[in-house]
Every structure is written in C-alpha cells, then in structure tokens.
Design a protein around this ligand. Structure first.
Ligand code: UDP
Ligand code: MG
Length: 322
C-alpha cells in the first residue's frame, strides 16, 4: 500500500486552539503539539482561531502555516470571545476526533494521547480535569464553587467543567452550538443531547507569558461564574420547560398567598375584624399577584421559545488560511 492510501485509511485528529494575544507561546506550543502527536496513528490538522488579537499572533500562525500545511487558521475581525472561537473551529474541523486546548501553554500537549485513549473507552466526550491547578487563589475558590454548583444542578459528575482541554467525537461538536459564554458548559450541552461525557485528570502548567485574558486576580471570573450559574439554570431548567420552571415558583407563591387570604377570610367571618392583620393581608394578596404573573411569564416564554428562530452566527471572519 502506498503512502497516500495509508493516509486515507488513517483517522484524523483536529486540534482547535483559540488565540487571543498569545504571540510568545505560539511557536513553542505548536512545536510541542507536533512532537506530542508524532507517532500517533492519526492524520491531523491544527486550527488556530485568532480571536481578534492585537499583537503579532496571526503573523506567527501564518508563518507556521507556511512551514506546515496541516496548520490552518481563522482570523476574527475583532475579539468575539472564546465561545465564538471554538464555534468557528468546530465548524471548520474535519477530524474524526476533535481536541480543544488553550494556547497559553497551560494545557500539556503530552496529555493528548491520554485523552485519545480515554475516549476510546466508549465516551463521546472527555473533559480534562486540572487536578492541581496553577492559578490564583480567587480563581481556585470561585471555580470550586462553580463546579460544585453546576454539578449539583445538572447531575453531571465532573470536577472541572471549564477546562479548555477536551476531546470529542466528531458528531458531538457538529451537534452542539456554542455562543455567548457557553464554552464553560460544553459538557452540559453534550450531556443534554444525550452524549456520554467522561473526565480525565490532566497536567496543568503555570501561565508562562502574560496573565489570564480574564483578569489577573480572577475577580471578573468570579462574577462571571456567578452569572453563569444563573445561565446553567436557564439552559437546563428554563429553556426546556419555562412554564414548569416559572409555573412551579408561581404556583407555590400563589398557593401560600391563597392560604394566607383564606385564613384571614375565616378570621373575618368568625371574629368580625382583621384590622390588626392588615400587613399579612397585603402580603397574601401580593403573593397571589406575583404568582399569577410568574405563571403568565412562563406561558409567554413557552410561546416565544416555540417561535424562536435559530441563532445567528456570533462571530465574523476576516481571513481564513486553509
Ligand atoms: N481566549 C480567547 N478569547 C478571549 C479570551 C481568551 O480566544 O476573549 C483564549 C486564550 O488565548 C487562551 C484561552 O482562551 O488560549 C484561555 O484563556 P486564558 O488562559 O486567559 O484563561 P484562563 O487560563 O485564565 O482560564
Ligand atoms: Mg490560561
């Protein structure tokens, strides 16, 4: 069998890497990835998505492409965020297995073969778990709370939802839509579609150059995490069945309001006066009204979701090198 046929029989690995001002790391990262996958029985492509870098990142990626045609690139017109970068990469990826990793050298390329081994155990997606994180204290604590809460809310037993290092079967990435800040919830999105999600401990390096693109101390991240938890509630509970979500709260409030008012009615009938209970009366009526409003909000959302059109692409590509 000649070389070309051999290549065609090989499965392909796509490595997707979002890049936002990572000039210093790119060459080293690229060399280490190629070294790490050399010898694996895969054809490969590395797709860099330059998420609107203001530094020299895209030039370096272009240089890398000149040297090796398996390196491909997408350049965004501005910074659209990591989710958009991943979405563009997912769309472009032609591999049977797809790996995502960060471009700051914090993810260890040598773990790629372990991820491939793990997904071979029968998973549709395997998420890295940065067991020993090399990050700031605030980042560590907020991430612990985040992971615990998301796990409790979704029932998915993962320790590290937000790890950038993941591997997917092709079908998974072609079937999930990442936009907004959803990249933190990729395991949730996959799980929702019925895919089997696993976890693998991976080595985490310290950031060698610059600081986190989400802020040095991790405060911004802590706030984001908090908002994201509301988001996960929205994704898992609300968007599926808004009427059940709002309706349940609305009904409970109305029910308590109803009990209060019923109690006051009985009091009025038997004692003749509820003068001293006026605040309670107001509270009861308020609960009934709020409850009724929540129920109608649920109904309205249900109608909106049924009529909602598919989301627009959340990014704009300036240039592609393929
Ligand atoms: N990143 C991106 N767009 C952004 C922010 C970050 O593509 O708007 C990339 C960044 O270049 C890196 C990865 O996403 O490859 C993770 O970012 P970072 O290392 O700053 O996050 P942290 O490690 O602190 O979670
Ligand atoms: Mg990082």
């Amino acid at each position: 069998m000649n070389q070309v046929e051999n290549q065609n029989l090989k499965q392909k690995l796509s490595i997707i890497i979002p890049v936002f001002n990572e000039t210093e790391s790119l060459k080293e990262l690229n060399a280490r990835i190629i070294q790490a996958i050399f010898g694996l029985p895969f054809d490969y492509e590395i797709i860099y998505i330059d998420d609107g870098s203001a530094d020299n990142s895209f030039n370096i990626i272009s240089e890398l492409h000149q040297q090796n045609q398996k390196i491909r690139a997408i350049q965004f017109r501005r910074n659209f965020g990591k989710s958009a970068a991943l979405a563009a990469g997912f769309k472009e990826a032609g591999g049977d297995l797809v790996i995502t990793m960060d471009s700051d050298l914090q993810d260890e390329p040598l773990e790629i073969s372990n991820l491939i081994k793990k997904i071979g155990e029968g998973y549709d997606m395997v998420s890295g778990w940065k067991r020993e994180r090399k990050d700031s204290f605030i980042k560590l604590v907020s991430s612990k709370i985040f992971n615990f809460t998301v796990s409790a809310l979704t029932g998915i037993k993962l320790h590290d939802f937000n790890c950038g290092f993941k591997i997917y079967q092709r079908e998974v990435i072609k079937n999930i839509e990442v936009y907004g800040e959803l990249h933190r919830f990729l395991p949730v999105l996959a799980h929702q579609k019925g895919y089997k999600v696993g976890e693998l401990k991976v080595k985490h390096n310290e950031r060698k150059f610059g600081e986190s693109r989400y802020g040095k101390f991790g405060l911004r991240r802590a706030v984001n995490y908090f908002l994201d938890i509301i988001n996960v509630l929205l994704i898992t509970k609300y968007t599926k069945k808004p009427l059940h979500f709002f309706g349940a709260i609305g009904l409970s409030l109305s029910f308590i309001g109803f009990i209060i008012c019923a109690y006051l009615t009985i009091l009025r009938v038997f004692t003749g006066s509820i003068q001293s209970h006026l605040p309670l009366l107001i509270f009861g009526v308020l609960l009934i009204i709020t409850g009724a409003q929540l129920i109608s909000l649920g109904l309205l959302s249900e109608i909106m979701i049924q009529n909602s059109v598919k989301k627009e692409k959340s990014y704009n590509i300036k240039k592609k090198i393929i």
